[in-house]
Design a protein around this ligand. Structure first.
Ligand code: PGA
Length: 266
């Protein structure tokens, strides 16, 4: 049986801006990023930026003008219905019109602060796929859960629930982000060994749900205080195929360093 970890997957580095940068600031950030990243970078790494909804149109047109369509536009969330009386929500059908390719689904802030359940996450994953985009489905445990020995169960439960009802090839084409909640925005990172162990377990879980091919193909990101100082070690792990970056993605110079992690000193 081939080792799913040995498969060659193109890394994906994603910048999750959360509720930062208005659209004027967003234009400056992506202009700088477009300048700092070169064509060679995109041969090695896929890159996405996930601005607030109000910035997406400006980011799309700026990247078009700068001829930097290799930087994919992403969203941070969407609703699972196509349309209807859902005041304040954004339809997944609107996003491909803005060239959005990736949508973060079930970020821990959405789950913890806005009450998103595993079932809603599953509905959103399906809606994103239905509209031809790639979900980046987040999972991760709290510090209490980790200390009580429940991290594996929490994460594998979220993965199984989030993937329910999907075809194997749909699973293989998506992205899962493992983000231990205690590492998000805290400056604390999981050790590379712990991050690898959980990403490996996620891949095994995917294999159980959707088979070997899907497990070998799916990209698994690590997220939680990823910085230029720790990215290289994390990216060297066999089951870590990229990073979902919050704080360090706001500054284009920092984010470009993460994209160019291969060039950083160990
Ligand atoms: P952080 O955020 O890099 O600021 O820890 C990561 C995330 O929430 O996606």
């Amino acid at each position: 049986m081939p080792d799913p970890s040995a498969a060659k997957r193109k890394p994906l580095i994603s910048g999750n801006w959360k509720m930062h940068h208005n659209h004027f600031e967003a234009i400056q950030v992506v202009q700088k990023l477009a300048y700092l990243l070169g064509s060679d970078d995109f041969k090695e790494v896929d890159v996405s930026v996930h601005p607030p909804f109000t910035d997406i149109r400006s980011v799309q047109t700026t990247l078009f003008d700068q001829k930097r369509s290799e930087i994919a536009v992403g969203a941070q969330n969407c609703h699972f219905e196509d349309k209807g009386a859902f005041t304040g929500e954004v339809s997944p059908a609107f996003l491909p019109k803005l060239d959005v390719q990736y949508v973060i689904v079930g970020h821990s802030e959405r789950r913890e602060l806005f009450g998103e359940t595993d079932e809603m996450v599953n509905q959103k994953v399906k809606a994103v796929i239905k509209h031809g985009m790639t979900p980046i489905m987040c999972c991760g445990e709290t510090l209490e859960e980790r200390e009580a020995g429940g991290a594996d169960e929490k994460v594998t439960g979220q993965v199984r629930a989030g993937l329910a009802g999907l075809k194997a090839e749909q699973v293989g084409a998506m992205v899962i982000a493992y983000e231990p909640i205690w590492a998000i925005g805290t400056g604390k990172t999981a050790t590379a060994d712990d991050a690898e162990a959980m990403c490996r377990l996620i891949r095994e879980t995917v294999e159980g749900v959707a088979g070997e091919e899907a497990a070998a193909a799916i990209r698994i990101q690590y997220g939680g205080s990823v910085k230029p100082a720790n990215v290289k070690e994390l990216m060297a792990q066999p089951d870590i195929d990229g990073a979902l970056v919050g704080g360090a993605s706001l500054d284009p110079e920092e984010f470009a360093k993460l994209v160019q992690y291969r060039l950083l000193e160990a």
